[in-house]
Ligand binder design. Structure first.
Ligand SMILES: Cc1cc2nc3c(=O)[nH]c(=O)nc-3n(C[C@H](O)[C@H](O)[C@H](O)COP(=O)(O)OP(=O)(O)OC[C@H]3O[C@@H](n4cnc5c(N)ncnc54)[C@H](O)[C@@H]3O)c2cc1C
Length: 491
């Protein structure tokens, strides 16, 4: 159920294993693909060296490969990254399943037509004519999330998978403890579809204001939804109604600082991660009261952006302003130059602040106190340069340049939720477990619905990989289950 990355990987693997597959998708065809459609296609997997990468990108020439420095990213590195960013809370067996199946799964995706390319822009730097990749995330899907989903949809169609759009699953039914049918809302009617098994891959509840407020915290009602509007927790609700065990951090989610005027829910006509504003380590961020509230330069953005999204949500009016001057403006990431970017610009700081709906006096005082607190040091945005402030709270511990050269810029940001971490318990066969940790016969889950892998944060690119690994696994398990029942009813 669902037609995102996890669901289509499940559909393809189940079909490949020989069973009949029907995909139910809540959205209309023009809004298909779920959160997966909105991604930048960054996908994390374990590899030994450039040879493993070249198997996935066969068009990479010898000449290009010779200019690449690609350090190994082992299964151990991947596992440790998951454990590090989740504070050691990730369930070892589930994290290990994602990691150990990651290369097999990405190779399987390639066999099914998904194309990949190197992520030079975000994951490499050039030195002496060589491109050095870092961070264990060198590959993205060609034409980002749109490309991934277009390929998966056409592959599913080629294999004879049937997809019903505008078909919202609302209830699962069982007979003798086994999944037997699904109630589906289509237009104004409810129909019952008989099934032998069911893979739930309907996302978590990030698109549901009420559930966000109840589960994560009241202020989360105001968060912008960065992806699909349709992930409102239906899959979780249906599974819990059958006795599934909740798992994972229901009070947690991934979120970032995003353009204050980004659409309230993801706009399928403007996919791609275009509203994020990730150059803030080079800025100072002030709230409406004119106060700084985080150490913008505490670390590289990879390590702070998820938690700073949450901090922005806590500020009055859920807004903050990233302030830059002309010396820094040319260094900002490409999303700052898109026509969608909202910003204010003025030749002097006084004129800039005049344009903002903020406490103007406090705003100017904070900028001036920051400028007065700067320590000497060598500024270098490619390393943690230690160029910092002294005597102000919070400090800025790296990349602290004076804000002094006009024109000046203010980029308003708010918090955008990526996905919530609440899910259900599954085992490494993708079977959904009840409160006694026994499989619910015929029920499987994949993607965001799998609880217990991500807590507090996730290593970028692991959302797609977790969906692909558990999708593929759940599809195979569902096929085995159906075969073991020796039926051929649609699953
Ligand atoms: C802007 C953005 C950028 C991101 N970038 C990356 C990235 O580069 N790399 C990465 O790894 N992760 C990224 N992520 C996270 C990633 O998108 C998710 O982890 C992953 O795509 C989730 O896949 P999924 O298949 O579980 O869910 P989805 O892709 O969201 O699919 C769920 C589907 O279920 C459908 N559905 C919901 N309820 C029902 C129902 N009742 N009946 C039928 N269908 C239903 C929805 O309409 C949707 O199509 C990003 C997320 C966002 C929002």
């Amino acid at each position: 159920m669902g037609a995102g990355n996890a669901a289509l990987c499940a559909a393809i693997s189940a079909r490949e294993a020989g069973i009949t597959v029907l995909v139910l998708e809540r959205g209309p065809e023009q809004k298909r693909g779920g959160n997966s459609y909105f991604t930048d296609g960054a996908i994390r997997f374990a590899y030994n060296d450039i040879r493993d990468i070249r198997k996935l990108i066969p068009l990479l020439s010898d000449e290009e490969a010779d200019k690449i420095v690609m350090p190994e990213y082992s299964t151990r590195d991947y596992y440790e990254d998951i454990m590090r960013v989740t504070g050691g809370k990730s369930t070892p067996a589930l994290a290990n399943h994602v990691v150990s199946e990651s290369y097999n799964t990405i190779s399987w995706m390639k066999e099914h037509g998904v194309e990949f390319e190197l992520n030079y822009n975000n994951q490499s730097y050039e030195k002496d004519g060589q491109f050095h990749f870092w961070g264990g995330l060198p590959v993205k899907t060609k034409n980002i999330g749109m490309g991934l989903m277009t390929t998966l949809f056409s592959r599913a169609k080629e294999l004879g998978v049937d997809i019903w759009y505008e078909s919202r699953a609302i209830e699962l039914k069982t007979e003798n403890g086994r999944i037997s049918s699904v109630l589906v809302e289509q237009n104004d009617q409810t129909i019952e579809v008989s099934v032998s098994s069911c893979v739930l891959a309907c996302g978590s509840f990030e698109g549901n204001k009420q559930m966000r407020a109840e589960e994560i915290g009241e202020e989360w009602e105001a968060a912008i939804v960065r992806g699909t509007e349709y992930n409102t927790g239906d899959g979780l609700t249906m599974a819990l109604a059958l006795g599934a065990q909740k798992n994972g951090e229901w009070s947690g989610c991934h979120s970032i600082g995003t353009d204050y005027n980004a659409p309230k829910v993801g706009d399928f006509t403007k996919p791609g991660d275009i509203f994020k504003k990730h150059s803030y380590p080079l800025s100072i961020m002030l709230n409406k009261e004119g106060e700084r509230f985080v150490d913008e330069g505490a670390d590289f953005r990879n390590y702070t952006y998820a938690k700073y999204g949450r901090e922005i949500l806590k500020q009055p009016g859920h807004v903050a302003y990233q302030i830059y001057d002309q010396q820094v403006r040319p260094m900002l990431r490409k999303e700052y130059n898109l026509k969608e970017a909202t910003y204010y610009q003025a030749d002097t700081l006084e004129e800039l602040v005049e344009k903002l709906p903020v406490n103007k006096k406090a705003f100017l005082n904070t900028i001036s106190a920051y400028n007065d607190a700067l320590e000497e040091g060598y500024y270098n945005p490619t390393v943690k340069d230690g160029k910092s402030t002294k005597g102000i709270t919070p400090p800025k511990t790296n990349w602290a340049l004076p804000i002094e050269e006009g024109p000046f810029y203010a980029f308003p940001v708010t918090c955008g939720i990526t996905f919530s971490f609440g899910g259900v318990s599954v085992n490494t066969d993708g079977e959904v477990l009840n409160k006694n940790r026994e499989p619910i016969a015929g029920l499987f889950a994949a993607g965001e619905m799998v609880g217990g892998i991500f807590y507090e944060n996730y290593p970028g690119g692991s959302g797609l990989m977790s969906g692909a690994v558990f999708g593929k696994t759940a599809g195979i398990s569902a096929a085995r289950y159906v075969e073991s029942k020796n039926t051929n009813i649609p699953s």
